[in-house]
Write a protein that binds this ligand. Structure first.
Ligand code: CU
Length: 183
């Protein structure tokens, strides 16, 4: 008799909750109440558009960056993106001198020199990037003068300042900027 009672109660609760996790009511536990007991939440969880901080939708960020004429500089030396955002970055190489190839490489703080050195070892066929280098966080391909290249990547989840460089031979020391990741 008591078991039946519990079973009925469980069923009633499940129905009240609308979409319980499990379609089968479990007698012993019953439907788990919302774990993050938010105050003043109606029992019938109305399917509202998710605007709360709990389930942040991934933000998409579009970034355009270019190189300045026949110099070893980016036209933007400061970029900002929210942590974990999906970033689509386009690099335009505005050089006209045939010797000026460029790329855009996001690295872990302090690893500019080693990332550039590792890329240099593999040379042009690899776009001056060693993809095995864990200090490299994201990179575009190599853009020849007049060319555009791009990359889509997920921004670091840890807020902070991340350097970006061009790993074309001899460029990284001058050709750089900082991507700030905000919380
Ligand atoms: Cu460059």
């Amino acid at each position: 008799m008591r078991t039946l009672h519990i079973a009925l109660l469980t069923l009633a609760l499940t129905a009240a909750c609308g979409k319980g996790d499990s379609p089968h009511p479990v007698e012993t536990t019953g439907p788990a109440p919302t774990t993050n007991a938010a105050p003043a939440t109606p029992a019938t969880a109305a399917p509202k558009p998710e605007t709360t901080a709990e389930a942040k939708p991934v933000q998409h960020v579009e970034i355009q960056i270019a190189t300045v004429a026949n110099t070893m500089t980016f036209d933007k030396t400061k970029l900002t993106v929210p942590a974990g955002a999906e970033v689509h970055l386009t690099l335009k190489n505005n050089a006209t001198m045939s010797t000026l190839g460029h790329n855009w490489v996001l690295v872990k703080p302090g690893s500019q020199e080693s990332v550039a050195a590792n890329g240099l070892k593999l040379g042009e066929p690899a776009g001056y990037i060693d993809v095995r280098d864990k200090n490299g966080l994201a990179h575009t391909g190599l853009a020849k003068p007049g060319e555009t290249t791009d990359v889509t990547f997920t921004a670091p989840t840890e807020p902070g300042d991340y350097p970006y460089i061009c790993t074309f031979p001899g460029h990284y020391m001058m050709m750089k900027g900082v991507l700030t990741v905000t919380p």
